[in-house]
Design a protein around this ligand. Structure first.
Ligand SMILES: [Zn+2]
Length: 743
């Protein structure tokens, strides 16, 4: 057990207190003997689970390679962990290679192991540093001797052939859903936890790898569960395919529970931690702690993608600890695993995770280093994190905007037509929110409870096409309760399995009905910016666009008819020839077909955009579309944002509550390499003017900048604090110490 197993430890248990936390309530404190706890009590999704999980703030992972034993220097790594102020380590233990003297038959000991026990050495060293230790296993491949002894443990492709490993043909890919994992790896996990009494097991690549498996066990088990043969189609709208996807998820959840029970039987305080839950919903239900394995960006990836993964995970984990695994290398498909990335790139990637509530977890392959340039870079990041830990122990985000996160839409809705992809709508909306500097959260479709939704003033459905009747009802109740809704394109036009409805599930909330037609891809179509015919003024959503008589349209549109009266700020200019140039003139210069439906509904507001504004924004990045999205969202929100930031640059703004403080994170994304890394250098921005609404009943005791290390002299008026941040290099945090307001 860790250093403090005898210490009477105070664990915080958040009793569904997210809402009250936003107003400054202190969490109840209960005393538990951490080590003496038997099976920890269950917790509702999002609440902390009793145990050690919330203690570590900084994680490290060392993944050994087979010839490391005898070649790598454990003391070097332990000294480095100490300099990082790391609280927890994930260390290679077993699976493909065992780094300890295993007794499990067919569990391959490293050929370089001899009589050594590098895993045990590292476990002891970490414990001496007071760290928690989690064992890393990787079950996805085996040697030929295993295949010979148990041919049925190997994955089988659709041609009935056993699957060789794609990167190392000497190895075979295992079936993740059969006895190799359920029996053999179960034994391995039992041995590791029983022998070393570690805090958990983290399995890498534990779900099916490299395509569907057609082995005898998968055939039999799927048949027993569904009565069906394994489907050969990958079309998610195929009934058998859908059942297969659901069965595979259930099977992995079963495996998670099996390994978790085994691990807990060997050490009640320990847990099985999957690298990648079978579904986000299952993480919300089962995980005490969880990590995103999003190690760096590749290709055309914006840096905010790391923050996005954090938001996705938090949408089911709530207050439970989450970590962001980052590598220090180049993460392109060519997998230069021994490479080192530029320091500005690493800093920005980790800052995005930290600003979005993830704890850093640096991962390094190979105990022997070929390029040591990353060592001081990561040390600087961790040192900053350690120094400011108090302001990084977040209790609740204070964002008032929620963007719906729909796994079922990603899984079962490939898009309305070729060229449309639901995820592109989400990416476009995400980028628009970042550019608008509006703090927001992701809201998982599985947790649309009134308690969860009540923290948000506006919910955004970025083409959330697949929604069940119950989910539509929850959204309707949210609007009836005073919440606002912004929805785009095919939102609610499909059920949770991706089957198209006759009309939107939210037709009565939108105030429009589906006309049965989806147009596009449209060439050369526009939107007319129309003043109100009576007042001759433009609607608030057109702010900044008044002098444009028209802006470009999107590429796809859902044809709808209004079922009530609407204002008409934005109307369709239909597509007209874009060649030959002589023919390029509008055939219909103006229509009364609205392309934006705005309504007040009780205390809430609803905006429905029937075209793919978010998807086109992602593809084309028109600043007009970005502005329009920002205007529509702020109109729907109908209250001042909790934080407003003025000044130049692209900034991810997040805002958090801690126990006695609140923080505003400013991550500077402004860089010519913003959309295509890696960064060459950081380019500071500033000064920025930041206005913060102070939560009701609280007053500012002190405000300071964590990175600059300076105290601020904020101006305060009417519950708003205004301050100047002179410069932001990569990441600055405005930390505001709070106290009860004097009456
Ligand atoms: Zn199989």
């Amino acid at each position: 057990m860790p250093k403090d197993s005898t210490r009477r430890d105070f664990l915080r248990v958040a009793g569904g207190a997210t809402a009250s936390l936003a107003h400054g309530a202190t969490l109840p404190l209960i005393a538990l003997d951490g080590a003496a706890q038997a099976a920890p009590p269950a917790a509702a999704p999002g609440e902390l689970m009793a145990g050690w999980f919330d203690r570590p703030m900084r994680w490290v992972q060392l993944t050994l390679v087979e010839n490391d034993p005898g070649r790598f220097d454990p003391q070097f790594w332990l000294d480095y962990f100490k300099r990082l102020h790391a609280d927890a380590a994930t260390l290679s233990a077993g699976g493909i290679v065992a780094y300890y003297p295993t007794e499990v038959p067919l569990h391959h000991r490293s050929a370089w192991l001899g009589s050594s026990d590098p895993f045990g050495t590292m476990v002891k060293g970490c414990r001496d540093l007071g760290m928690h230790v989690v064992a890393r296993t990787d079950p996805h491949a085996v040697r030929d001797e295993v295949r010979q002894a148990h041919p049925d443990w190997i994955a089988v492709n659709r041609d009935g052939q056993p699957v060789r490993h794609w990167a190392n043909p000497e190895l075979w890919v295992t079936c993740a859903l059969g006895p190799y994992n359920f029996e053999f790896m179960d034994q391995v996990h039992r041995e590791i936890v029983a022998r070393y009494r570690i805090d958990g097991v983290f399995a890498n690549r534990w779900a099916p790898q490299g395509g569907d498996c057609f082995c005898v066990h998968c055939q039999q088990n799927f048949k027993a569960a569904t009565g069906l043969a394994l489907p050969r189609t990958t079309n998610p709208r195929d009934e058998a395919r859908r059942q297969y996807l659901e069965w595979r998820t259930e099977r992995l959840i079963e495996l998670w529970k099996r390994w978790d029970a085994t691990v807990q039987a060997a050490n009640a305080a320990a847990r099985f931690i999957p690298n990648g839950p079978p579904s986000m919903k299952s993480a919300g239900e089962l995980a005490a702690i969880q990590f995103t394995d999003n190690q760096a960006r590749r290709g055309l990836t914006p840096p905010w993608n790391n923050g996005r993964r954090a938001k996705e995970l938090r949408s089911v984990m709530g207050r439970r600890p989450i970590g962001g695994i980052f590598s220090v290398g180049v993460e392109e498909p060519y997998r230069w695993k021994d490479s080192v990335q530029s320091e500005p790139e690493i800093r920005l990637w980790v800052a995005e995770g930290t600003a979005n509530g993830m704890r850093p977890w640096v991962t390094k392959f190979s105990g022997v280093l070929y390029d040591r340039r990353w060592l001081p870079a990561v040390e600087r990041i961790y040192d900053w994190h350690y120094k400011h830990e108090r302001y990084l122990r977040n209790e609740a985000p204070l964002a008032r905007i929620g963007l719906l996160y729909s796994e079922q839409t990603s899984r079962y809705h490939p898009g309305v037509v070729n060229g449309d992809r639901a995820d592109d709508h989400v990416l476009g909306m995400y980028h628009a929110l970042i550019e608008a500097r509006l703090p927001f959260e992701l809201v998982h479709e599985g947790y649309l409870t009134s308690e969860r939704l009540s923290q948000f003033k506006v919910l955004i459905l970025a083409d959330t096409a697949a929604l069940s009747d119950a989910q539509c009802a929850a959204l309707k109740a949210y609007v009836e309760g005073g919440g606002s809704l912004v929805a785009t394109f095919a939102s609610s036009l499909y059920d949770e399995w991706g089957q198209q409805r006759k009309d939107f599930g939210l037709a009565d909330v939108f105030g429009v009905s589906f006309n049965g037609r989806i147009d596009g891809p449209m060439q050369n179509s526009y939107l007319s910016i129309d003043p109100d015919p009576k007042t001759k003024t433009h609607h608030a959503v057109l702010q900044g666009l008044e002098d444009a008589t028209r802006i470009i349209n999107g590429v796809f549109r859902v044809d709808v008819r209004p079922t009530r009266e609407f204002p008409s700020p934005l109307t369709l200019i239909p597509t007209y020839p874009d060649l030959p140039m002589e023919d390029v003139y509008p055939r219909v210069p103006h229509t009364d077909t609205r392309e934006l439906y705005l309504r007040d509904l009780g205390r809430g507001r609803v905006a429905y955009v029937p075209w793919d504004i978010d998807r086109t924004f992602w593809e084309v990045m028109s600043p007009d579309h970005g502005r329009l999205l920002r205007n529509v969202i702020t109109w729907a929100m109908n209250e001042r944002p909790i934080v407003e930031v003025d000044g130049r640059g692209v900034i991810d703004v997040t805002v958090w509550r801690q126990r006695d403080s609140m923080t505003v994170h400013l991550v500077n994304l402004t860089n010519p390499m913003m959309m295509k890394g890696p960064l060459r250098e950081t380019i500071p921005i500033g000064p920025l003017t930041v206005r913060v609404r102070v939560p009701n009943g609280l007053a500012v005791r002190k405000a300071h900048l964590l990175t600059a290390g300076t105290t601020l002299q904020p101006q305060q008026a009417a519950g708003t604090m205004t301050l100047t941040v002179p410069t932001v290099d990569v990441h600055e945090v405005v930390a505001i110490d709070l106290e009860p307001a004097r009456r």
